[in-house]
Design a binder for this molecule. Sequence first.
Ligand code: B12
Length: 217
Amino acid sequence: MMDQAIIDDAGQSLVKGSKDGAIALAREILDKGIDPVTMMDEAFIPGINQVGELFGRGQLFLPELIMAADAMKAVTDVVNETISSQAVQKEAKGKILIATVKGDVHDIGKCIVTSLFQANGFTVHDMGRDIDTEKILEEAVRLDVDIIGTSALLTTTMPKQKDLEELLKRKGLKDRFKTMVGGAPVTPRWATRIGADAYAEDAQDGVCKAEELLGLS
Ligand code: B12
């Protein structure tokens, strides 16, 4: 468990959009030996969610949201460096293609997921953000991946995850790939409704679900 004062400071650094402050705090927390995923789950993710709530209520505006996102992205980079330096070289467990769907530029969560998958021995092809459904499928076929994971952070872009399921069915490829969906507005119910093979709440859950999908656990 992390100290409440540090959790509050992490939240404040994001609300203030202080990139340097957030980076310094992240390094301080990691130096104490706290696991990077725990740090994100307990301090910075609640912090960025708080920023999102303030923005949603009109108490914080787009320029501040952008600054907070910039600070969060910098923390994510520190975390990803730490995770990859701690990663034990394991035998490749499977290939995963990951992308944020078309019309959506949110990629902080996706980058954390990518990094944790890699640290757990998966080969990950991260296509980035705002990616066309057809392109995702083309790349999945070209790279012959096992799982396609998509991220959607907007209620207006979630339907792209459904489009992917429909495209897979239309092309007769539904049985060839397993699909996994994630992102803050995405729910297990949504995953079931669109026919995705798995829903993951966070990066750690994503790793567990991927292992289940590939029969590794
Ligand atoms: C940061 C942020 C931004 C940044 C994004 C920067 C970036 N590079 O990502 C910027 C400033 C660019 C931005 C822009 C916008 N945003 Co914004 N943003 C956010 C905010 C505050 C945080 C998102 C985030 O990074 N969370 C932290 C990460 C770690 O969490 P996560 O993404 O959910 O990921 C975790 C899990 O979901 C899961 N996961 C995620 N994806 C996947 C995928 C797989 C395969 C798996 C297994 C797991 C998984 O694992 C991750 C790690 O635990 C949210 C608020 C919120 N609570 O979500 C609003 C929010 C999503 N944004 C919102 C809005 C409205 C916008 C804008 C439309 C604003 C505008 N007027 O322009 C634009 C849209 C731009 C676009 N076309 O995409 C709304 C969406 C409302 C809605 N109903 O859809 C929110 C909810 C804010 C709000 N309360 O109003 N935003």
